[in-house]
Design a protein around this ligand. Sequence first.
Ligand code: ZN
Ligand code: ZN
Length: 369
Amino acid sequence: MDRQKLLAVLVTHLPDVRWLCGFTGSNAALVALRSAKGLKLHLFTDGRYTAQADTEVQGARVRIAKKNALAEALLLVTSGPASRCGFDATSTTVQTLHAMNQVLLDPSLTSPRSAAFLKPTQELVANLRQVKDPQEIDALRRAAALGCTLYEGMLGFIETGMRERDVAAELEHRARLAGAEAMSFETIVAGGVRSAMSHARATDAVLKPGTLLTMDFGVVLDGYCSDMTRTVFLAADPNVRSSPAKRERLACQRHVFDTVLQAQEAAVASVRAGLAAGAVDNAARSVLKSFGLAKTFTHSTGHGLGLEIHEGPRIGANGTATLQAGMTVTIEPGAYLPGEFGVRIEDTVLVTSAGCEILTPAYKGWVEL
Ligand code: ZN
Ligand code: ZN
């Protein structure tokens, strides 16, 4: 059945609910009903959120459920003409689906429905969310700018001898004081050999001179996430250049850094509306390949972001999604040499018809602290 013909869609993924009507509570089921008169949205939540829903919700009728918001949302659908109801298969658990079917099959209903009433759909709302409107772009721009300010401030704080955890704690503390509602994800601070792990969490490991330090973090402002990565060199101790072996090691770190930077800049330069995501990934990957580092780049080049830190489109090898003006995506190639070190450089960019605008313009070249 063509999804266009669905007369009813049930939305339970909270970021989708927020995007559709502004509600930020933790319990919500939104029903979108299509009729000749147009599309009507009904938001079901519970009594804890009566006042909050009142102030937040726009464009949807608020209904406070007596018992179960999801069940009452489904009952509204069954009372109308819809023969099927779409739901998001990617964010609905098996347990929730079972509970939904229990409601529909209840013999005490005027017209019980079969399990086939629920029609799985793939990221119906998530796909709409990929292209941002001006208000969303403004929030993303402010979040990204705050991330840059925080990063620049941290350059004056970081010293060898600190633990990764100290750096993460200071960064997060400063973020909250500056107005961030939360961090977009668990802050990554990875020094020395740990920088070779692309998603290392901040630990008690101590920052040592002569090593690289990767910081990957984001803040949330007005619900929208920022995301950026910078890699810096810890050079405070003059010993880092004291022997031929150390100088050779530094030259190797610098070479990998410069290559990743070149790959990142090539990918950013390639971005424009109409291009396939895979072509952007290829722009980064081919630079790393030309320097023999293809195998050290073990993840995709980037991802969309907005109300969630990972949204579509995925910027990966063979990605077929077409970039559109108004999408916000990250460009974050890296090179990871296990047991030695790693480098990642990440910007968030806004796709435009002519190219892109970098929302995270903090300096990304070689920095020695
Ligand atoms: Zn990141
Ligand atoms: Zn990212």
